[in-house]
Ligand binder design. Structure first.
Ligand code: FES
Length: 154
């Protein structure tokens, strides 16, 4: 025999489930709307935007003839260890239409996949549509860390 109170309470968990589902959807929608508004009203710290010097990697992290993308402020940077073991660093933002460039170990050059732009290991634009060189950075190895710094204007 079914207890009458059980029969009455049976639809409630389903209703509760739908309520939770709907309120979760509402909260997710509200968060998706308000997060960009909050990021606009409370911008990132200035140190995140205009860093002059960052740790781009650790010694031993890159094998010769390889590269990696690192974060330089709010933009990507490219750290390269050349085939003879030297470090080079430059902006990883292509000067054509701002795609992120990458190191091509097969060509020993920096390549932009968007429109086949090419840069040499000093960041000079050598072929394709890029109109200007990449900004090159100073590299200093201090202990186990590789620091990258913007070049000072002379
Ligand atoms: S964006 Fe890099 S070549 Fe066009």
């Amino acid at each position: 025999m079914i207890n009458p109170s059980e029969r009455l309470s049976a639809p409630l968990p389903r209703r509760r489930f739908v309520e939770v589902l709907l309120s979760g959807g509402f909260l997710a929608t509200a968060a998706a709307f308000f997060y960009p508004v909050l990021r606009y009203l409370i911008p990132p710290k200035a140190s995140d935007l205009g860093a002059d010097s960052v740790v781009a990697g650790r010694v031993g992290e890159l094998k010769p003839n390889s590269g990696k993308i690192f974060r330089f402020g709010n933009r990507p940077g490219l750290l390269i260890r050349t085939a003879d073991g030297q470090y080079r660093a430059m902006s990883a933002t292509c000067t054509h239409l701002s795609c992120t460039v990458q190191y091509r170990d097969d060509l020993h050059e920096v390549w932009c996949a968007c429109h086949n732009g090419m840069y040499d290991l000093n960041g000079r634009n050598i072929s394709g549509p890029p109109p200007r060189p990449l900004e090159s950075y100073e590299v200093q190895v201090r202990g186990e860390e590789i620091f990258v710094r913007r070049r000072r204007e002379a």
